[in-house]
Design a binder for this molecule. Sequence first.
Ligand SMILES: NC(=O)c1ccc[n+]([C@@H]2O[C@H](COP(=O)([O-])OP(=O)(O)OC[C@H]3O[C@@H](n4cnc5c(N)ncnc54)[C@H](O)[C@@H]3O)[C@@H](O)[C@H]2O)c1
Length: 256
Amino acid sequence: MGLVDGKVAMVTGAAAGIGRATALKFAGEGARVVVSDIDIEGGEETARMIADAGGQALFVACDTSDADQIDALVAKTVDTYGQLDCACNNAGIEGKIMPLVDQTMDNYDRIMAVNARGTFLCMKAEIAQMLKTGGGAIVNLASVAGLIGFPGLSPYVASKHAVNGMTKNAALEYGKAGIRINSVCPGGIDTRMLDSLAEQATQGAQDSHEMLDPLHPIGRIGVPDEVAGAIVWLSSPAASFVTGINMPVDGGFVAQ
Ligand SMILES: NC(=O)c1ccc[n+]([C@@H]2O[C@H](COP(=O)([O-])OP(=O)(O)OC[C@H]3O[C@@H](n4cnc5c(N)ncnc54)[C@H](O)[C@@H]3O)[C@@H](O)[C@H]2O)c1
């Protein structure tokens, strides 16, 4: 018996990293999964990995900074599998590391468009659908950068604080409608994004393990599957009384 047996789950940014691990975990725990990303090749590969393991998955291309594409993604999910029970709004970008004074507004606008506005648009479309069937569960990808600051990352930090704020607000608005809405706040997780951040922060002098393993109280950065486990649990009936939280999954990073 899986944690999400019989459910239909949708994951954005699921061509790689945390999104791919989450799509695989949803399928492993019994859900039919809509895999979505702007990266078509990677997204189709994730769907294939699920099918090869005996699960059911469909890939749908979607840029989460575009409202029409998000509406089409939710419509395709319902057309194919009849409902939407669990949604993980994972697509995100890191942008460029620079002190605030040197930040370009292009960098700020793009980060906000994908991370903050994209998550807002996804929730709008997902909640509208979930209201039709009487409930559901949403997990947004924030970050430890949604709880505390990181010098050089002001647009990213702003976008992830926005995700945590809109998560709490949506949870208040839709709790009585049977929709639970939470976020996870990962620490350093071994993905392309973390490699890019470490490369930028140290000008290539250190990789993400050298730079970030010692900064986590648990002694290492995490792996995508460790975040996926928290996301699928939060999405499942096992978390039926949990809503409106911004849950660190960070090896103790923000406990310091
Ligand atoms: N890796 C970390 O250390 C870490 C820590 C905290 C939070 N996060 C958050 O977790 C999420 C996933 O990060 P990751 O580390 O797996 O990154 P990643 O770069 O490995 O994967 C991100 C995926 O999102 C997709 N994507 C980017 N822009 C998109 C768009 N506009 N529409 C649809 N898809 C888009 C990419 O194609 C990619 O497949 C992000 O929201 C990130 O901010 C990551």
